[in-house]
Design a protein around this ligand. Sequence first.
Ligand code: NAD
Length: 508
Amino acid sequence: MPHPGIRKGHDVTDILDHWVSGSSWAGASTRTAPVYDPARGAVHTQVRLATAADVDAVVAAASEAWQDWRDASVARRTAVMFAFRELLHARKDELARILTREHGKVLADAHGEIARGMEVVEFACGLGHLTKGAYTENASGGVDVYTLRQSLGVVGIISPFNFPAMVPLWFFSVAIAAGNAVVLKPSEKDPTAANWMAALMREAGLPDGVFNVVHGDKEAVDALLVHPDVRAVSFVGSTPIARYVYETATGHGKRVQAFGGAKNHMLVLPDADLDLVADAAVNAGFGSAGERCMAVSVVLAVDAVADELVSKVRERMATLRTGDGLRGCDMGPLITGAHRDRVASYIERAPADGATVVVDGRDVEADGDPDGFWLGPTLLDRVPTTSPVYSDEIFGPVLSVVRVSGYEEGLAIINASPYGNGTAIFTNDGGAARRFQREAQVGMIGINVPIPVPVAYHSFGGWKASLFGDAKAYGPHGFDFFTSEKAITSRWLDPSHGGLNLGFPQHD
Ligand code: NAD
């Protein structure tokens, strides 16, 4: 399948264009950014960085397309979503390779990302049920009241580098199914998947202009946040940018959901099965090289079992293979050289802060190109909560063990965190688990589940600095976010309704 906008080869003069009204579009900007193949440490293409004027043109195209798409029947929109799901399923290998090449995550993990995104497409196929309103007959004598949900118009989606397919799928599937037109601004670090999915939506029958991709950096984002014709913004990224996006876009009258960073804790009680816990900690700590917003980055181990748990985690880490995601390795490279160096700087400072480096990922021998952005799995023990190693979102393969005296101390640490994305408790004590689900100040809780990302028909979102705004992603929240409810009060007049009465309407 030819996908315009996607060029092959390592010629760095290649440029990935925007995708507007169903085809590639260069816009007027002369600025570009390099896109790396992190397993080779080499630039494999450039991506355009839109100007504000480019964004204006894209929003205008989307506004025009929305005029028809808003009136597309439920049956037609459902048919497009079904067709998209089938095409995505059939061509997922192609997309997985794009993800591995630009993000670095191993192929199996890229497939996992696509599967979790496809779940939301399947959910969005139920748009007929999810956008229908309610009807009350005879609310007052001869008066009926009913509600409708209507699309908003043009919506902006700004996504992060760590899930170049899944996070856009969380939002554009629901937004488009609900009758909106989308302008997606993906991460400039791994932008190709966005064009690929937009071209696939076109193939599924989506009219041109309903799904557009504009590439760029702060300039493009700022233009979307203040544009008068952008009705809503869904943002996913780091907390400082999420806060900025939320404040700026709400200040310009938009509906906003801005998902921020995370620091996810896993509390291990002494009665837990430590082998299963060690498996879970390694999977959740080092999957996708720790570049997941739901990664476990802190294990809160109760003193009584901490030595044994650290030793089991270390044993498992020794079996992991870091390297090229196309070679069947367990863990790939980090997204850029600068990010790898930043993550490594936390390992460097850990001993001075009082932590013990149990496994040092800087020593890794990667199965891949020597120039790749490698950093192996790292285990730090006895990390003090006063250290930035504990408090900063490191976003890499660094797992910190913090030792606690028991449940109460562990819970207090979790609740003192400014983040509240995900957390998990590992225990065989149902009473402790039940207390935890009630007492943890976190949006998504796992009970013996380390990465509790809800399925598509429940909504995804954290608390505190992990989500600004009160609407979560996908599930019922997703359809509510991308539609406005309208309530209609109706009567069909007959002579009994005559007469003057200036009082506030009452029902009888
Ligand atoms: P990021 O904040 O650097 O970038 C996110 C988006 O914002 C990108 O599209 C980027 O181009 C844009 N951007 C960057 N700087 C900007 C600026 N100054 N002004 C306006 N826009 C700007 O995030 P990232 O590094 O791409 O992604 C990793 C972060 O995303 C982590 O903090 C991770 O926890 C978070 N994340 C959160 C969730 C969640 O659901 N809470 C999910 C995935 C990722």
